[in-house]
Design a protein around this ligand. Structure first.
Ligand code: PFF
Length: 461
């Protein structure tokens, strides 16, 4: 096993790790993607399937990433090399680092939109919110400025280091996020007519469930927990040997799930109370919600709180995306953290510019239907949609498939289980250990493979 370098940083406490990792997990995926996926796919039924995917597949897989990171005390490339030096498996680590950079490049664009919605009073627009949104995201100057500012903040935090940058930021922002979510839920569920939204969200309608809904739920669960691209390998690598991975990993999954469920409680009661359609797809948060806020008492204040919390959630996630790349450059290429953060962040900016300009600003980037078409990407996918599909769905699924094979079969589930059983407290005793081995060796690779095939067939064909 590769020795860890003496000066490698670690989290200061379990709370520090749990908040930082929950910060990674809780992001646009929970507050923007989860509600619209649930809205499109039958509300409560989707939620139940999502929970089953989390429990049986994502949480066991999360433990595998954490174990690999903690054991090796390395970034994704180094972690794989520490177990199997000089084999093509290290390419999987390379895929993780590339995915981190690529996802960051467009994730920060969408996060920039959220920042823009804090700055503008979205309820004061004179035109319908769909027209206002389309005009806003097609404005090259604003969009690039906001994207750049968001990325700049992310770089600043990551350059500050594991404890003084990432952990400190999470310790301040995560409680703020939670309080803001509670405030918005309170406003939403006290609106007259909110109960229809609660009904839609909490009463499953199984007639809407198809194979595709299951595929969507599983893909969403992986994205939401930041799995498949080594973010949890990297965060796990800053954990000390005596930390209990099972307990702290379970907290991360629990917080992520609670926040996704709470996002539904913010959104559906308000959408139904204001007579809007819950199945609006990606426009739900940026188009439907401003109309909802515009029509309700205290709306512009609630709108400001909402987009503030969306931006905070996105920040703690984009930090982890950049950290995957930075940890690689620091561990494997001996760059200083500061140089790595600015270098990788600068590259993400250049890489993200085409995505930022792909929502109407540059027509050639805004309609790639000649290149890809399909059910999930919509009739006129822009570059940003294609990037999200390629990296946020396909690359994550591929990464998760290969990493579960690596942990289950190459490193070996016995070795991984031994790592999971290190530390005090509950460590998968009794039948949980063998069950975990079945999940990581068979259940995860097989189901992820099915998701990958479906995703590609449905989106591209
Ligand atoms: N989990 C984040 C979200 O739900 O928004 C997205 C994400 C962050 C995915 C970090 C992957 C990752 F490594």
């Amino acid at each position: 096993m590769a020795p860890s370098s003496p000066q490698r940083e670690q989290w200061s406490s379990r709370l520090g790790f749990v908040l930082a990792a929950a910060g990674s997990a809780i992001g646009l995926g929970n507050i923007w993607r989860f509600p619209f996926k649930a809205g499109d796919n039958g509300g409560g039924a989707f939620v139940l399937i999502y929970l089953a995917c989390l429990l049986f597949l994502c949480v066991p897989y999360l433990f595998a990433e954490l174990a690999l990171g903690r054991k090796s005390q390395k970034n994704p490339v180094g972690a794989i090399r520490a177990i199997r030096a000089r084999t093509p498996w290290s390419l999987v680590g390379g895929l993780c680092v590339l995915a981190g950079l690529a996802i960051l490049s467009y994730y920060a664009v969408v996060a920039g939109w959220a920042v823009g919605y804090i700055v503008h009073d979205v309820t004061a627009a004179a035109e319908p919110s769909s027209a206002a949104f389309e005009r806003f995201i097609a404005d090259p100057v604003w969009v690039v400025l906001l994207f750049g500012a968001f990325l700049f903040t992310t770089i600043g935090v990551v350059a500050g280091g594991v404890q003084r940058g990432i952990e400190r930021c999470a310790k301040i922002l995560m409680p703020v996020l939670f309080v803001l979510i509670c405030l918005v839920i309170f406003r939403a569920v006290t609106l007259p007519g909110a109960s229809a939204g609660l009904d839609f969200y909490l009463n499953p309608d199984f007639s809407k469930v198809t194979g595709l809904v299951v595929v969507e739920a599983l893909g969403q669960a992986f994205f939401s927990l930041s799995l498949g691209m080594g973010a949890m390998i990297t965060y796990g690598s800053y954990l000390p040997d005596n930390e209990n991975l099972v307990v702290s990993g379970s907290y991360v999954a629990l917080f992520d799930t609670v926040v996704a469920l709470m996002a539904g409680l913010m959104i559906f009661p308000a959408v139904f109370a204001m007579g809007q359609n819950p199945a609006e797809g990606p426009a739900l948060v940026f188009v439907v919600l401003p109309e909802v806020f515009g029509a309700m008492p205290l709306g512009s204040f609630v709108g400001l709180l909402f987009f503030l919390l969306l931006a905070i959630a996105a920040l703690t996630s984009s930090i982890s995306l950049l950290e995957v790349v930075v940890s690689y450059l620091v561990d494997e290429r001996a760059w200083t953290r500061r140089t790595a953060a600015w270098g990788a962040g600068g590259l993400a900016f250049l890489l993200g510019l085409p995505s930022a300009l792909s929502q109407g600003a540059v027509p050639a980037l805004s309609d790639l239907s000649w290149l890809v078409g399909g059910h999930l990407l919509g009739p006129r996918p822009g570059l940003l949609d294609v990037m999200d599909f390629l990296w946020g769905s396909v690359a994550l699924a591929l990464g998760a498939l290969l990493l579960s094979l690596f942990v289950g079969w190459v490193w070996g589930s016995d070795n991984a289980l031994r790592e999971l059983r290190t530390g005090r407290g509950y460590t998968l005793g009794g039948l949980a250990g063998p069950a975990w081995r079945i999940a990581i060796k068979y259940l995860c690779p097989l189901t992820i493979l099915v998701v990958l095939v479906f995703d590609v067939l449905y989106d591209v064909l």
